[in-house]
Design a binder for this molecule. Sequence first.
Ligand SMILES: Cc1cc2nc3c(=O)[nH]c(=O)nc-3n(C[C@H](O)[C@H](O)[C@H](O)COP(=O)(O)OP(=O)(O)OC[C@H]3O[C@@H](n4cnc5c(N)ncnc54)[C@H](O)[C@@H]3O)c2cc1C
Length: 528
Amino acid sequence: MTHVTSGEMHPSRWGDPALAVPLPAPARALVEAVFGIEERPALAEVVLPAPAIDPGLLDEVRAVVGAEHVCTDDATRRLRTRGRSTPDLLRQRAGDLADAPDAVVRPGDHAEVAAVLDWAVAHQVAVVPFGGGTSVTGGLAARRDGFAGLVSLDLGRMRRLLAVDPVSMTATLEPGLRGPEAEALLAAEGLTLGHFPQSFEHASIGGFAATRSSGQSSAGYGRFDALVVGLRVATPRGELRLGAAPMSAAGPDLRQLLLGSEGAFGVITEVTVRVRSLPAEKVYEGWRWASFAEGTTAMRTLAQSGLLPTVLRLSDETETGLDLAHPEDLGAPAEGAGGCLMVTGFEGAPAAVAARRAAVTEVLRGLGGTPLGEEPGRSWAHGRFAAPYLRDALLDVGVLVETLETATFWSQVSRLHAAVREALETALGSPVLVLCHVSHVYETGCSLYFTVAARQGDDPLARWAAAKEAASAAIVAAGATITHHHAVGTDHRPWLRAEIGDLGVSVLRAVKADLDPTGILNPGVLVP
Ligand SMILES: Cc1cc2nc3c(=O)[nH]c(=O)nc-3n(C[C@H](O)[C@H](O)[C@H](O)COP(=O)(O)OP(=O)(O)OC[C@H]3O[C@@H](n4cnc5c(N)ncnc54)[C@H](O)[C@@H]3O)c2cc1C
């Protein structure tokens, strides 16, 4: 189910307002039984703080990008306020828009981005690069104290496919292209990027690079940072063009310094990516494992034998029981009780798909997996972008539902799974549901993606903050990463030092000080 929508999202819900869904009846019955229903409508009327920037300054930036591309109206500013985490949505629903930018500035090309940065440096205005606005880690909630104003630098006008090299199989894209737009432009050339995060329909190419995003087909196509071969970046100190060759020994790879830099070091204005031929065939299927441990062993075996499918996911027992592969049937009794559901997907030329599928099937059968045929895989593929709409429907009836993710080495997976689950269950108290799946796999380890549901209670923001704190502490204590693909933003910033050490923080600060000496870019994001 890929809706080609590049329109604005609903201000306080996920996605295209036309695709909002009421809570399906089985899910409502489940909520009633576990948590009780408590209708929590969003406030209809919200008031934005008035723009707190000298109008004369905005006249100067109008001269750079054109008057029609500098917006101070409430509707545009509201849609550029924070991202789409559950706390972000709860704040929007409660009418808290204290972080609204003073203006939204929409540059048309690299030169205009550079000129806006010059303007911002000259007047000490904070700049928040804005791609699709789907951050779930507070990456758009920059600090504004000490600045003459805060503008959202919306890259949505920069949405061209700039070049295709069909011999090298690369394409150069502008940062404002949303996932479906980029795929449609590449498909016209017979190509695909193969990057399909759950936020695919709204997130942008620049955002993928700035956060080191990972898509649902990462086993086959690779994470986004692994797809990037070149970057053009506008910084307050000038332009960086990186990626002169596919690989290089010319010192440390500076592309890696900009990938994941979350708008704190510069604004990504062009991304050159590795592309693939459009797959002629796509097959998804399901497998059942007696336990999460057996399923993860099977994943590890595939990864370490070089036999990865294009898609490889494994739900734990609780997630399998709730059957998240069929979001629209959430709460309905799952077919075939018990165990853990694995989804495998194969994309490519028919002969390659057949060969890889046969090899994977042999390994999985040999390890004791039960094949479930194509139906569970097809359902997962059909509903893969639907779950975020369900979150809004759950928020409407008083359920606090949020996700978090981490990654570790294979030897630590089961310990980490238990530790994070226990931390969340203890912090939120009964009734609580903690679901988990392995979302991305590597030869040496994998990521764990948790979904949590509990009662909102009187203060859902405080309840989630306590749960997130407990889960983050458990992740750090287990020696895992604070984020595998959601990035640091402001939410994970307090935990970064534990992961990279004092010297690591000092290196990040030095880079920030060099590229952005006056600190106008995304203040308070990423760098501790
Ligand atoms: C429902 C939902 C599902 C999600 N699923 C996934 C998933 O499957 N995989 C995954 O990896 N993530 C996922 N995310 C997180 C999010 O979609 C990703 O982090 C995504 O890469 C952000 O892209 P964006 O264009 O929306 O960036 P934004 O939210 O606009 O920005 C994110 C950060 O990058 C900076 N930034 C944006 N564009 C640029 C640029 N051109 N130059 C410099 N800095 C820039 C911003 O300032 C901000 O700090 C999900 C989020 C939601 C809400």
